[in-house]
Structure formats: structure tokens, C-alpha cells
Unconditional design. Structure first.
Length: 218
């Protein structure tokens, strides 16, 4: 059973390794919950210890969010950046907690996020690179307003990013995602970027590619 004393509610899939297992943390999108991305678990390498997290802000009538979005605002969306920063720091704290609570390797921690979870994965890795090793960022973008300011003073040499987006995404424009690669290149961060002919979702070929990528880096 998961440790209910930790900062965020979550569910787990244990590794077939009993000590120092590579850890994968799943961060769902806006309006979803911890069960969504957990459907990936059975298709991922058995040596991974997998934790799927529930975002902290409940929505009506169901689902959760990492931060509020006003879809009627200018430019189509307005993000509550204060809530997003709070969630960024809560995830960073949660990473430390699970590294102590479970038999995982704190030097081999990966984040996999979709949409809002992807935006938060970028923010955690770029703000606290010492806490993670690999990032799988699906259908998201880098929100520079929720990053710490001293990016160029941080050590990103160990990080690896897999980034992907749907070229027909109607929720987060692909133009936003195409800015991720230049941003990461400017920080000399190792990364891969792929596009798939889908909307706001994960195509089967996208999943197969990210699974192969992850297996090579854990």
C-alpha cells in the first residue's frame, strides 16, 4: 500500500527489483486523475518502480488539476501561475519524500507528464535538475513564468528529455511545443522532439517511441 503520509495522493506499481529501483513518476493532465496515465504501467519495463500521482486541486464534478485555467481569458487560456509554482514545489518535495519512503534509486528518477503534467515536469526539471534524470513531456510546453530565474547557473548535464506533441493539437497549439527544443538547446540539454499527426493525446506510435527511449535511459 502507498504511504498515505506523503504530500500527494498516489498509486504504485512495484518494481521487480527490491532495492534501488529506477523510479518513474506519472503526472496527469488537467481534469484527470492518478488512474489515467497508470494505464501505461503494464506496458513499461518491469524494473521501473512506478508512482502515479493525483494533482492537488479537485475539480467539479470530478477530476483534479495542478493549477486553475480560465479558458475564456485573452489568448484562449490563462494559467494561475501562483498555483502552478506551488504545484512545482510540491512535486519537488514529493520526489524527496518518495525517494525516502520507497526502495528506489534517488539518482535514477524519471518524470512522465501529459499536458498540465508535462508543463509541471518541465518546470520541476528546469528549476530543480538535481532531483531528476529523465523527463518525458507529452503534449505540453515550457511555461517560463513558472521557472526559477537562475537557469543558466544550474547543472543540466545529466538530464535527458523526450518531448512530443500532436501536430493537430486543439488544446495546446503545436507552435508552443515547437519552442521547447530551441529553449532546451540554449541550455545545452540533451533532448528529442517528435510530432505525431494527432490532436491532444498520445498516439500508439508515440507511446512505442517513448517506451523505447525510456528503456535506453533508465
Amino acid at each position: 500500500m502507498p504511504d498515505t503520509t506523503l504530500s500527494l495522493e498516489h498509486i504504485i506499481r512495484k518494481s521487480n527489483i527490491t532495492e534501488n529501483a529506477p523510479l518513474l513518476i506519472l503526472l496527469h493532465g488537467y481534469g484527470s486523475d492518478e488512474n489515467d496515465l497508470f494505464s501505461f504501467a503494464n506496458e513499461l519495463p518491469e524494473e521501473l518502480f512506478i508512482i502515479s500521482v493525483k494533482a492537488p486541486y479537485p475539480m467539479e464534478p470530478y477530476g483534479n488539476a495542478w493549477y486553475a485555467i480560465n479558458f475564456d481569458a485573452d489568448k484562449g487560456k490563462w494559467s494561475d501561475n501562483e498555483q502552478a509554482i506551488a504545484s512545482r514545489d510540491l512535486i519537488a518535495k514529493f520526489i524527496d519524500e518518495v525517494a525516502s519512503a520507497y526502495p528506489v534509486d534517488r539518482k535514477n528518477i524519471s518524470l512522465l507528464g501529459f499536458s498540465q503534467g508535462s508543463i509541471l515536469s518541465y518546470a520541476v526539471a528546469l528549476s530543480y535538475p538535481e532531483k531528476v534524470k529523465n523527463i518525458i513531456a507529452l503534449s505540453g510546453y515550457i511555461n517560463q513564468d513558472i521557472l526559477l530565474n537562475d537557469l543558466h547557473n544550474k547543472d543540466y548535464s545529466h538530464l535527458n528529455f523526450y518531448c512530443s506533441h500532436g501536430s493537430a493539437d486543439q488544446v495546446i497549439p503545436v507552435a508552443w511545443a515547437r519552442q521547447n527544443s530551441p529553449f532546451l538547446s540554449n541550455l545545452n540539454i540533451n533532448h528529442t522532439y517528435s510530432e505525431f499527426p494527432v490532436g491532444h493525446g498520445v498516439a500508439p506510435q508515440n507511446f512505442y517511441e517513448l517506451r523505447t527511449w525510456l528503456a535506453n535511459f533508465i
